[in-house]
Design a protein around this ligand. Structure first.
Ligand code: SME
Length: 138
């Protein structure tokens, strides 16, 4: 629908802005739970296209957050065994769940080419971004 297209456009703009303004955010995307399927679907992103547009619950950092409802900051992706590599350049990743009316409906996912770049400030900031995004979702 026209409304969905406008939300997609705004989500893509959020991704592009974060990637542009924060040097160590090298890939920024929003995944959402896909209907009744136990999987996440990529809805918007900035950075290199990824093959991982569908991620089953439980798989990788993203799939784990779909089940845990918790922020997941990974300072060194090499140290994670349940990890889905999107690019050989990625050193660190952070995933923050996105809540609407208390329900985990998706997440923002950031990849970094810098090792151990994320602090509590990133978590707080990305929680704020997700809360703002929650207001524009249909
Ligand atoms: N690395 C993620 C997969 C998504 S890509 O980073 C875009 C994961 O392990 O879930």
């Amino acid at each position: 629908s026209e409304k969905e297209l406008s939300v997609d456009h705004r989500l893509n703009e959020v991704c592009a802005l974060l990637k542009k303004e924060i040097t160590y955010y090298n890939w920024v995307g929003f995944y959402f739970k896909n209907g009744d399927k136990k999987e996440l679907k990529l809805r918007a992103f900035a950075g290199e296209p990824t093959d991982h547009t569908i991620i089953p619950f439980g798989k990788g950092i993203c799939g784990q957050v779909a089940e845990s409802n918790q922020n997941f900051s990974v300072p060194d992706v090499k140290a994670q065994d349940n990890y889905i590599a999107c690019s050989i350049n990625v050193k660190a990743e952070i995933v923050i769940p996105l809540f609407v009316n208390g329900e985990n409906i998706g997440q923002i996912d950031i990849d970094s080419h810098t090792i151990d770049p994320f602090t509590k400030k990133d978590e707080d900031f990305l929680e704020f971004v997700n809360a703002e995004v929650a207001k524009i979702l249909n």
